[in-house]
Design a binder for this molecule. Structure first.
Ligand code: NI
Length: 201
């Protein structure tokens, strides 16, 4: 998982309605993977554990998720955000502009610091919305990488925030769920209004 050449368009993945072109089942589908916008029931659902039998789906979706994340641009994207309710996400905080994508399958939190950190968060599923969220400053996460090898990472700073934000997505939790109901409602109403305006052109 070196930077750079990881992004290539994988085979079509029939998991997402409308993604597979029935005329060219095996041809690469070049359209960008659509990212679900809140509110959407898939974003609120608890995703299921990735199993060995999901291998083909994971191999097909990961390059497309990375492409969608970089294209957005974003620093993290969870499978539920592209309509796939599996415990899988990609992150790349692109420190100093260098790409270093990480793929985390079945991630689990092994430890959280008592120390908290406040950081402004946004989300590709809540475009244009930002708020300060308080989370543990350090986190330790165990996961399987794209090759199925068990890995463990200790993170702080932006990566710690990003890992917790993406892990939340796998449990149907959005960053706005960490805010007061008042703040959350304001952001969700603003998002709905902006999406209506966008749809109206
Ligand atoms: Ni997000």
């Amino acid at each position: 998982m070196q930077g750079g050449g990881v992004v290539d368009v994988g085979r079509a993945c029939g998991y997402i309605a409308g993604m597979t072109d029935p005329q060219t089942q095996d041809a690469p589908i070049l359209e960008r993977l659509p990212i679900l916008i809140a509110p959407n029931p898939v974003l609120k659902a608890r995703a299921r554990v990735v199993q060995d039998s999901d291998g083909d789906v994971v191999r097909a979706i990961v390059p497309r998720m990375l492409a969608a994340m970089y294209d957005a641009p974003g620093i993290g994207l969870a499978a539920p955000q592209v309509g796939l309710s599996l415990r899988l996400f990609v992150v790349d905080i692109q420190k100093e502009g260098a790409r270093e994508p990480m793929v985390l399958v079945n991630p689990e939190i092994m430890g959280l610091s008592k120390e908290m950190a406040l950081r402004e968060e946004g989300c590709l599923s809540l475009p244009g919305q930002y708020a300060d969220v308080s989370r543990p400053a350090q986190v330790r996460v165990r996961y399987l990488d794209q090759a199925g090898v068990r890995q463990e990472i200790a993170a702080d700073g932006l990566l710690a925030t990003c890992l917790q934000h993406e892990l939340d997505h796998l449990d149907g939790i959005l960053f706005v769920d960490h805010l007061s109901a008042l703040k959350r409602n304001i952001l969700m109403r603003k998002l709905a209004k902006e999406q209506r305006l966008k749809a109206a052109g």
